[in-house]
Design a protein around this ligand. Structure first.
Ligand SMILES: Nc1ncnc2c1ncn2[C@@H]1O[C@H](COP(=O)(O)OP(=O)(O)O)[C@@H](O)[C@H]1O
Ligand SMILES: [Mg+2]
Length: 399
């Protein structure tokens, strides 16, 4: 009798325990992740970032994620924004966020220009309270895609979408990326890097350039994007103007052999085992894919997905894209850009973009859509990859 009672009690407690375990599992699985989308930034690509962020906010699965919006003004102020995403592309979000700052001091940063320190404090505190699970920096160019924000996010202890400090910095700096690509045996245009200071003796610099390159050649700031400061120099006069122009944007200037060919791009997604998307072609409406050809409302530039290229060329490009991603220790995502030379069909890597454009019509999401991963799922994967990489980080392992 006592044994029966004991057995009944045991199975009762077992059932309660089982129920408790299952219920907690369900709760854990159904708990929405809190994702902070950071947009804007102190960059010449601030406006593009706002467009990208608006698309991310539109496509992110709200059943799975609670979304927090953090806008970074051009002056570097970090503001919490809780209004409609539709106000972000036009810039009207900032006024709304600033009005909130005046009323309450619940923003990540409320006054002053030295926001970064304050952000670190806030982001760190939030990590301890488990309120933000993942940060999604939708920032392009300097102070966003170049490792600086990534350093801040590393120190905050939060998982974040995209490449780490090293991959971001290398991907942003065209001169250093080229050194790594060269080491990896990825074909590219011949190049030379000069310092702004060297331009004090600009005629000597141009003599050296003319010994290596024929006209036309390309001149670009090592660290910039959206074709800002990029020129195609057809003669010595244009070379001088181009060098001076590039020097306005960076201390280091890249001079490159002109590749006469088609421009193609390939998406890469993953961490240690990245996959490559199909390849798309850019058809610039100007002599090259300059700022106007990229962003002007009058631009007639077009994209062709998949690119009309022989299958073996597409496969080679995908292979080089993954090689470039791994060579720079990228993780999460990148878009890798190439030229396919008209005369020879040879492939040359141009550059890697670690936070590529993310609007609905941008090449990166379009390439994945064409490869079977729709926009919303792409965001899911990026968030999962961010958590995976965070758990793998030496900073966590060595704690
Ligand atoms: N070596 C080159 N040969 C031919 N075209 C080039 C070369 N380098 C750049 N371009 C043209 O200039 C554009 C912008 O240069 P890119 O290096 O991609 O800078 P950004 O990072 O600003 O996009 C390219 O999309 C391409 O149209
Ligand atoms: Mg480019």
């Amino acid at each position: 009798m006592t044994a029966m009672l004991f057995n009944n009690l045991l199975s009762f407690f077992q059932s309660v325990f089982l129920f408790y375990v299952i219920w907690n599992g369900v709760l854990l699985m159904s708990k929405k992740k809190r994702v902070a989308v950071v947009f804007g930034g102190q960059s010449s690509e601030h406006e593009v970032s706002r467009l990208s962020a608006c698309s991310v906010l539109k496509n992110i699965n709200r059943d799975k994620y609670d979304v927090v919006m953090i806008g970074v003004t051009k002056e570097g102020r970090w503001l919490n924004y809780d209004g409609p995403p539709a106000l972000i592309p036009e810039g009207k979000w900032q006024q709304a966020a600033e009005q909130k700052v005046l009323k309450r001091s619940e923003n990540i940063e409320d006054t002053g220009s030295n926001s970064a320190r304050q952000v670190l404090k806030s982001a760190g505190a939030e990590a301890n309270n488990n309120t933000i699970d993942v940060i999604f920096p939708v920032l392009h160019g300097c102070n966003g895609e170049d490792g600086t924000i990534q350093g801040l996010l590393e120190l905050s202890g939060l998982p974040y979408v995209g490449c780490g400090v090293l991959g971001s910095a290398l991907g942003m700096d065209k001169g250093f990326a080229k050194i790594v690509f060269e080491k990896e045996g990825i074909p590219q245009a011949s190049y030379k890097v000069v310092n702004r200071k060297g331009l004090d003796y600009i005629h000597g610099v141009m003599d050296d350039i003319e010994k290596i390159f024929q006209y036309p050649c390309f001149v670009k700031p090592c660290n910039a994007g959206s074709s800002v400061g990029v020129s195609k120099a057809h003669d010595r006069g244009e070379l001088e103007t181009a060098l001076k122009k590039a020097a306005r944007y960076d201390r280091r200037i890249l001079i490159e052999e002109f590749i006469n060919g088609r421009e193609v791009e390939c998406g890469v997604l993953g961490n240690d085992d990245p996959i490559a998307s199909t390849v798309g072609e850019i058809k610039p409406c100007n002599e090259f894919y300059d700022y106007e050809a990229k962003y002007s409302s009058e631009s007639t530039s077009a994209v062709d997905i998949p690119a009309d290229l022989p299958p073996e060329t597409i496969e080679k490009i995908r292979k080089y894209a993954i090689a470039a991603f791994k060579a720079l220790d990228c993780c999460g995502l990148s878009r890798v850009d190439f030229f396919v030379e008209d005369a020879s069909g040879n492939i040359y890597i141009n550059e890697i973009n670690t936070i590529p454009g993310f609007t609905d019509i941008s090449m990166y999401p379009k390439l994945w859509e064409a490869s079977g991963i729709p926009y919303g799922e792409l965001i899911d994967r990026l968030i999962e990859l961010a958590i995976e990489r965070h758990n793998d980080s030496y900073r966590n392992i060595n704690l």
